[in-house]
Design a protein around this ligand. Structure first.
Ligand SMILES: Nc1ncnc2c1ncn2[C@@H]1O[C@H](COP(=O)(O)OP(=O)(O)OP(=O)(O)O)[C@@H](O)[C@H]1O
Length: 299
């Protein structure tokens, strides 16, 4: 875990590890000047800090001044009803959307407005659905294409004989890493299968495997279990917990509340673009605002 709790500024939203859930009443508004101050004071060890994030689409404010932190080595859940702004928040964090306001700090660096590949290259990675072009490639090829720091195919074609040896050496290393990843996710038997032929659950494993090939520090997973059968879901969860024990940090958007409650130690709840509450599962489960807005009487 981060060695930073308690070292944040007075307007922080640092509740990871705090015993009680907090709601909007306890989470003060952040002025622009405070955002600047917080950005400067954010400890470098803190993997992800979102400050006053805003995103509008025409007349819709999809994300409305959201602030939260994700602790190192944590499995943090982001939940909320349909249209709450979860995916838009993910997209703003990872550079897919340009935020209209606020800041995203990654390991103390301001990454707001950076391109997705720059953010991924720094170690903050989200999973993406397998694109159509990738469906026509094998599972092995999908992973071979993912690693960062690779001397690309274009360069390979134009390299001098001297460089070619380096490329081959690098490709051998990548191939070994790819096989290790395939075995870790138990999809090595599918290595030569076209990605387009995989089941929904197997695709989810491949998406996560591809994201891991980028060698991230923090993984953002948007509904990683959608369409995954229970046995594959259990396997995927097991792999996520194993990775977490190895030091990876996860931020997870998921509609299955029970799954989030059972697996995440910290939960962030969004509602109508705003942060509704955050805290440990038992507090979120009993939080009146969350029950009213989202969970219902039977939770
Ligand atoms: N590209 C877009 N253009 C216009 N409006 C958008 C766009 N993306 C999201 N929105 C709107 O922003 C709001 C938040 O959407 P978002 O997808 O972030 O919510 P969500 O919490 O991820 O929902 P869900 O759980 O249904 O996926 C919604 O009102 C949605 O219609």
């Amino acid at each position: 875990m981060s060695d930073t709790p308690g070292t944040n500024t007075d307007m922080n939203t640092d509740t990871a590890g705090s015993p009680e859930a907090k709601g909007p009443d306890e989470l003060p508004d952040i002025e622009d000047s405070d955002v600047e101050k917080a950005a400067q004071e954010t400890p470098r060890g803190l993997p992800l800090r979102v400050l006053n994030l805003e995103k509008r689409f025409g007349g819709i404010t999809a994300v409305d001044g959201v602030s939260f932190e994700v602790e190192e080595g944590s499995l943090t859940g982001l939940i909320g009803p349909n249209g709450a702004g979860k995916s838009t928040t993910f997209n703003c964090i990872t550079g897919v959307h340009e935020a209209d306001g606020g800041r995203v700090l990654f390991k103390g660096d301001d990454i707001t407005g950076r391109k997705p590949y720059e953010i991924a290259d720094r170690g903050l990675v989200r999973t993406f659905q397998i694109a159509r072009e990738l469906e026509e490639m094998t599972v092995l090829e999908n992973l071979m294409l993912a690693p960062r720091g690779q001397i690309g195919e274009k360069l390979y074609r134009s390299v001098t004989p001297g460089l070619r040896g380096e490329v081959i050496e690098q490709e051998t290393e990548i191939r070994e890493e790819v096989w290790e990843t395939l075995e870790f996710f138990e999809i090595d038997h599918l290595a030569e299968e076209y990605a387009g032929n995989l089941s929904g659950g197997q695709r989810k494993l491949l998406e996560l495997a591809r994201a891991l090939m980028v060698d991230p520090d923090v993984l953002l997973l948007d509904e990683p279990f959608a369409g995954v059968n229970p046995s594959l879901e259990a396997k995927l969860l097991e792999q996520i917990h194993t990775l977490r024990e190895e030091g990876y940090t996860f931020l997870l958007v998921e509609h299955d509340i029970d799954l989030i409650m059972e697996n995440c130690e910290h939960i962030i709840v969004m509602h109508q673009g705003k942060l509704l509450a955050e805290g440990p599962p038992e507090e979120i489960r009993n939080n009146d605002r969350v029950i009213d807005a989202y969970l219902g009487e039977d939770i």
